[in-house]
Design a protein around this ligand. Structure first.
Ligand code: SF4
Ligand code: SF4
Ligand code: SF4
Ligand code: SF4
Length: 455
């Protein structure tokens, strides 16, 4: 435990882990554990040396009938158990020690093994040997007992409000993840799971270290961009407390700047589905009419506007988003002419399944997960477009651009992209169908077909 505590302190305040935030709850956790452990070891060490503690035990448990027996047992405890006694001075005769050992076996051995087994407590006893008698006279054992017990009781009472609560909620969270699934479990159960997840966070900061949006805080001082801080703010919000307008705006900004890249969920050691939390928080705030029009996040803009196509009942947030955008931005006086390339303007004509590319919000999870992309130092140079770019090309109707992507022919159809896509885009199926369309479009143009480059 001591080693773990030392590592925790070193990681938080010695290692300078990028963007790792330490708050008062982390400090409390370390101080509480340190107080319990250190007071425990000190108490053990003081009790080993304390003559008053020894005499109380003798009075209560030992059946000694003569002063010689009392002297023998005490001498044995001084020699073998680290007791410090002014009544035992100088070398002790062998006979007296043997008698002490017999008495110890009769009265004490049932409860007391050799103190060396408590190696830290015994080490403390050896270290305080020169001051053991004054400490005993000052009642150090009783004082430390109170400190230790109070530290344990306070930590126990504060447990539900501290990050130690994860000791109970983290296993529950992992269990829920194993048996529950979005789309199959009831919404009420999913809400309960999310509340458990909020309590399971240990504020370890692993998600923040890996967050793809986190570098933003270097130019935008909003800690709610970091997933470990965002979840802490969500916890406050979920507990029913009102957040100040400024805190709410910061939280909203943090939520909308998230690219939903999935990294935080993958690395969270207690299995919190963070991506799902951001997703739900976004929806909940959207439905409550709290609208953020930041276009930095494709989700905040693109998903909000496209949602009407994929789900019923989204009119209110959709209208809110449109109104907020209209209120903030002036429409252009003249329609903007986007340069077009006639060759790229054909519409894709894929099956209903593959048309899911419409709900892609460019989080790049598919490209991050793709083993083919990972194989290249310069994937865009080697593959033309990456999977998420192909989805966007499809959504924009850039048929020829999508058709020419080398990625189509390098795809291993491993389906990792499709399995991990938070929007349910059938990425691998889209690539597969694109390939079919390319082959169909090349009928009669066999001379133009070029051989694949070697990998
Ligand atoms: S999903 Fe959002 S919060 Fe999580 S790592 Fe990606 S950008 Fe960061
Ligand atoms: S990785 Fe998980 S437990 Fe750690 S701070 Fe992030 S959400 Fe909390
Ligand atoms: S297809 Fe899915 S995983 Fe890929 S960028 Fe779009 S939403 Fe993200
Ligand atoms: S199916 Fe293709 S695009 Fe998707 S992860 Fe596998 S190789 Fe990459």
């Amino acid at each position: 435990v001591l080693l773990g505590m030392a590592l925790a302190v070193y990681r938080r305040w010695g290692m300078e882990v990028p963007r790792l935030v330490s708050n008062s709850m982390d400090l409390y956790a370390i101080v509480a554990v340190a107080l319990i452990i250190v007071s425990g070891f000190l108490l053990e060490g003081v009790k080993i040396t304390s003559r008053s503690v020894y005499l109380r035990m003798v009075q209560e448990y030992a059946d000694l009938s003569t002063p010689e027996e009392e002297r023998a047992l005490e001498a044995y405890w001084v020699a073998k158990f680290g007791l410090i006694s002014p009544a035992v001075k100088g070398p002790v005769e062998e006979g007296l020690l043997r008698m002490g050992e017999e008495l110890h076996e009769m009265s004490c051995a049932g409860c007391h093994s050799r103190p060396r087994w408590a190696f830290l407590g015994y080490g403390v006893a050896r270290a305080i040997k020169p001051v053991a008698l004054p400490l005993d006279r000052a009642g150090a054992a009783e004082g430390l007992w109170w400190v230790h017990v109070l530290a344990c009781l306070v930590a126990l009472a504060f447990l539900p409000f501290s990050k130690f609560f994860h000791l109970l909620t983290a296993p529950l969270c992992l269990l829920c993840n194993a048996v529950m699934e979005r789309g199959r479990s009831s919404p009420a159960n999913l809400t309960t799971k999310r509340m458990i997840e909020l309590d399971a966070c240990t504020h370890c900061g692993t998600c923040t270290v890996r967050c793809s949006a986190a570098p933003v805080v270097e130019v935008m001082p909003n800690s709610d961009v970091l997933p470990s801080e965002k979840i802490a703010s969500l916890k406050v919000l979920a507990s029913g407390k009102e957040l100040s307008r400024r805190r709410l705006e910061e939280l909203l900004e943090g939520i909308y700047l998230c690219t939903n890249c999935y990294r935080c969920t993958v690395v969270c050691p207690v299995g919190i589905d963070l991506q799902d939390l951001w997703f739900e928080a976004r929806e909940a705030l959207f439905r409550r009419g709290v609208v953020e029009v930041s276009v930095l996040s494709p989700l905040s803009f693109f998903r909000g506007l496209m949602r009407a196509e994929v789900e019923e009942g989204y009119e209110v947030p959709l209208a809110g988003a449109k109104e907020a955008i209209a209120a903030r931005f002036q429409p252009a006086e003249e329609p903007i002419q986007v340069p077009t390339d006639a060759e790229l303007q054909g519409r894709l004509d894929l099956s209903a399944d593959a048309r899911t590319f419409h709900v892609c919000f460019s989080c790049q999870t598919c490209s991050n997960a793709c083993p083919v992309v990972a194989n290249y130092d310069d994937p865009e140079g080697a593959l033309g477009l990456l999977p998420h770019q192909i989805m966007r090309a499809c959504a924009l109707g850039l048929r020829e651009l999508a058709f020419r992507a080398e990625m189509l022919w390098r795809c291993l159809t491993c389906y990792q992209c499709q399995e991990l896509c938070p929007q349910g885009v059938r990425v691998a199926d889209v690539l597969y169908e694109l390939k079919t369309l390319v082959v169909e479009s090349m009928k009669g143009k066999e001379d133009e077909v070029r051989p694949l480059r070697r990998l």
